[in-house]
Design a protein around this ligand. Structure first.
Ligand code: ZN
Length: 82
């Protein structure tokens, strides 16, 4: 994030440069956690956005968690419950 600096009269906010939006992770989140194949399409369609290629070590923890499934436990038979 950025820090505002008080210069005596005004708080100055550092200029948000183009590089602030340059990470693959930023675009992945901004586009609603888009799949890598769709990110490729988006980067081709919107070349002005300069969406970088997917880094080899990119892992989105939110996506990993959303794809987790609960480990199903074998259901007990009715005989055992009663
Ligand atoms: Zn994600």
């Amino acid at each position: 994030m950025f820090e505002a600096v008080f210069d005596g009269n005004l708080f100055k906010i550092p200029e948000i440069t183009h590089s602030a939006h340059i990470t693959y992770g930023f675009w992945h989140q901004a586009l609603g956690h888009l799949a890598p194949s769709s990110m490729d399409k988006a980067s081709r369609l919107y070349s002005d956005a300069d969406i970088p290629g997917k880094p080899k070590d990119f892992i989105c923890s939110s996506c990993v968690k959303s794809k987790m499934t609960r480990n199903s436990r074998p259901s007990t038979s009715r005989k055992d419950r009663n």
